[in-house]
Design a protein. Structure first.
Lengths: 344, 270, 138
């Protein structure tokens, strides 16, 4: 079934794509330090506007056998090429991994969106070992309680509420903090007087961040994306977000999590994005991570995920059909001693 | 010039000017000039909300019971003079029949029940506030309901594909923001009463600041598959002047999932 | 200069998620790995929607009847940034689909590969679509 065609074509394409994606990064590195001044909006604040991506192969935590903070340029090339080839790898027909449209055909593998240039071995810059701090006893108990609650709800396809949040089109990478999604890693920033708006492509999330000094909403007003308040410190936009609900649970966090993000435009082409997560009921200490946002072409097309979510209905219907068939097969096998299928 | 002729001309102009102004809709007799943004455009930044019953039914209607008697007066239909100029929506006969069947089954068919995107112009008169953020190249409208968003391109762009909220190009004509929206899918409704459209929908809106705290809003709706001619709605949009007014988060997917998927549960909901 | 050891690279790759793993799991619950199919049909509609797009095809059966199939593909959003529009794939385009049938319906499938009449795979061979060029033109 075209398997030889697939393997040679795909790897060739993947390597060509990986090489193409690296070109802008190299060009940037070799650019002479021309004097660049911070562009300002008509209201006189730093201009962060445009379309951006945080597309990256950099993991949140430093990999197990890596101890240094930065790769060399050559090491990074090897790492990115290998990761791109892995994404475009052929899947074996008849395996579970093959039951999916091919990402590269739809431009959805990471090598087909501009890769941000990041020499770091992890996004986490503090703690200095590049790893998450220890989880508190309270955080561990909360994780165990959440897992137990999930198990008590039954199997994944018993009802839609048991399916993972991203598949239900409820919550994914918007955070804050804004993490790279698996694909469509696109953002748009628009600034008006006293407000910064960030549009996150996946699930079409909109963050409207006032910078006019108003207080946070009352503690009783909780939400998935929390309540954000921004202000300028020199040329850096600092955004503090609180008022999370207890379901957003970023990396196991509680509703008391506070996220402080810092956006600094470094050039025409790049914004440095840094965030600090503080949640004493989950981590022993605050932790900080950093990633570049690089400029891309637009547009961001409407990501009406819930509206187009045929897959949920298809999957639930398939599960019900399988149960019905199992019941019928058991009935055929002999009437009274029917084994109940997986019910909870 | 003869003084009496001058006097006649002055009188004629004096009578005509207020007529010309009032012909544009419910505005005060002197045209209001909004403060400007730093790049010289009328400033319509802020949090706005319609204060009417258009989302129940665009056409005028009396009070009516709601679909669930258990909710008593709380979910009954409030009365409205209507927002359609001329009173009724000019449906083609077969389309009017479809509006009737939509209405009869509205609790299953209304996209709002399922937390689907509201489309245009319905987003503008949902019972939730929305926020306008103006930059030079974009006028963004962020809606509290379902986190819906409209991107109004101020440098005309062509739509790549069809969508729930359509594709909007905007330009300023004096004090009025004119928004031209096309490339809709056929999925959204105009209200809870089953008023609908096809993929051929074309909406032209005019937003005009009329005072520091309200805009005059008009939308001309055209769809040759459904209506016999274009028709227009109009209403004020009021600024939310509450202290620290902001749009909040109304992620309603969780509230709607059992409506959509409840019948597919392993243990069906009753 | 010494490059990273092979072990370091391997463990780094392991740390990276190539794509959300849950996505693959959900697909094998929606479509049946034991029911691979190859179909040839003509495109009647490409729903450019999220989270996944859907291709509607008229497929001629051996007995001469026609079945309307729905084939799942990827989100169109990155393709749109690469220049693809609703006019790119013409209605009536002949497509061969290699994929897996849905568990709950006989005329739905996920398309692993979408192959045009000339043997190339859809979108990868479009002139004007330049993969990897997401950086804006200077």
């Amino acid at each position: 079934m075209h398997s030889r065609f697939r393997s040679s074509m795909r790897i060739t394409i993947a390597i060509a794509l990986a090489a193409t994606a690296l070109v802008p990064a190299l060009a940037q590195g070799q650019k002479a330090t021309k004097s660049w001044s911070m562009p300002k909006t008509p209201d006189g604040v730093p201009d962060l506007q445009g379309y951006w991506t945080n597309n990256s192969y950099t993991p949140l935590e430093r990999p197990k056998d890596v101890t240094k903070e930065f790769y060399t340029k050559d090491e990074l090339k090897v790492v990115e090429k290998a990761a791109a080839a892995r994404e475009a790898e052929q899947t074996e027909p008849g395996t579970v991994a093959d039951v999916h449209y091919d990402f590269t055909q739809f431009g959805l593998d990471r090598s087909q969106t501009r890769l941000t240039e990041n020499m770091r071995t992890s996004m986490i810059i503090d703690p200095p070992d590049g790893k998450l701090p220890a989880v508190t006893a309270e955080g561990q108990k909360r994780a165990a309680d959440r897992a137990a609650e999930r198990r008590a709800q039954g199997a994944q396809y018993d009802k839609v509420q048991n399916i993972v949040l991203g598949s239900r089109c409820i919550f994914m990478n918007a955070g804050p903090p804004m993490m790279p999604p698996g694909y469509n890693p696109a953002y748009q920033i628009v600034q008006g007087p006293g407000v910064v708006m960030i549009l996150i492509e996946m699930l079409h999330e909109v963050r409207v961040i006032p910078t006019d000094g108003r207080p946070h909403a009352p503690a009783s007003v909780r939400s998935w994306l929390g309540d954000a308040r921004g202000h300028w410190e020199g040329d850096t936009l600092v955004v503090e977000t609180t008022n999370f609900n207890d379901k957003a649970a970023f990396r196991g966090a509680s509703e008391n999590m506070k996220v402080v993000e810092r956006f600094t435009r470094l050039s025409d082409d790049e914004i440095r994005y840094q965030f600090t997560v503080t949640d004493p009921s989950t981590w022993e200490r605050p932790w900080t991570a950093q990633m570049p946002f690089a400029k891309i072409n637009g547009p961001i097309f409407e990501h009406a995920c819930h509206e187009g979510n045929y897959g949920i209905a298809n999957t639930l219907a398939g599960a019900r059909l399988a149960e019905k068939k199992a019941t019928e097969d058991a009935a055929k096998k002999g009437g009274d001693a029917t084994k109940k299928t997986g019910d909870k | 010039m003869h003084p009496r002729l001058v006097g006649t001309i002055v009188l004629a102009v004096g009578l005509l000017v207020p007529l010309l102004i009032s012909a544009q809709g419910p505005s005060p007799t002197a045209a209001y000039r909004a403060p400007r943004t730093k790049d010289g455009k009328p400033n319509i930044n802020g949090v706005w909300q319609a204060l009417n019953e258009a989302n129940w039914d665009l056409e005028g209607h009396g009070a009516a019971p709601g679909p669930f008697w258990q909710l008593g007066a709380e979910f009954a239909v409030p009365p409205s003079l209507g927002v359609v100029e001329g009173g009724t929506i000019p449906y083609k006969p077969e389309a009017l029949q479809k509006r009737k069947t939509n209405f009869a089954d509205r609790m299953h068919l209304d996209p709002e029940v399922k937390c689907y995107l509201p489309g245009v112009p319905r987003a503008m008169y949902m019972p939730h506030p929305f926020q306008i953020v103006q930059s030079t190249d974009y006028t963004m409208m962020a809606f509290e309901y379902a986190g819906a968003l409209r991107t109004i391109y101020m440098n005309k762009q062509q739509a790549p594909a069809d969508s729930w909220m359509g594709w909007s190009n905007g330009r300023w004509e004096g004090e009025t923001l004119v928004i031209d929206t096309t490339d809709f899918n056929d999925q959204s409704w105009f209200d809870r009463a089953g008023n609908f459209h096809s993929e051929a929908l074309h909406v032209v809106e005019r937003l005009t600041p009329a005072s520091p705290d309200h805009l005059n809003y008009e939308a001309t709706i055209e769809d040759p598959n459904v209506f016999t001619r274009p028709w227009k709605i109009s209403m004020p949009l009021y600024r939310r002047v509450d202290r620290n007014a902001q749009i909040l988060e109304f992620k309603c997917v969780e509230f709607a999932e059992d409506v959509i998927y409840g019948a597919l549960r392993k243990v069906p909901l009753k | 200069m010494r490059l990273m050891s092979r072990i370091a690279i391997t463990s780094m790759l392991v740390a990276l998620a190539a794509a959300p793993l849950w996505a693959h799991h959900a697909f094998s619950s929606e479509f049946d790995v034991a029911k691979p199919i190859t179909l040839k049909g003509t495109l009647t509609k490409w729903e450019m929607i999220n989270p996944h797009s859907w291709f509607h095809l008229d497929v001629k059966n051996p007995d001469g009847t026609v079945t309307q199939w729905m084939i799942e593909g990827g989100s169109p959003n990155t393709l749109i940034r690469l220049g693809v529009t609703k006019y790119t794939v013409k209605l009536g385009t002949e497509l061969t689909i290699e994929g897996y049938q849905a568990k709950e319906a006989s005329n739905k499938a996920v398309g692993r590969n979408f192959i045009l009449a000339d043997g190339t795979r859809l979108f990868l061979s479009l002139s004007g679509a330049v993969p990897g060029s997401g950086a804006p033109e200077k």
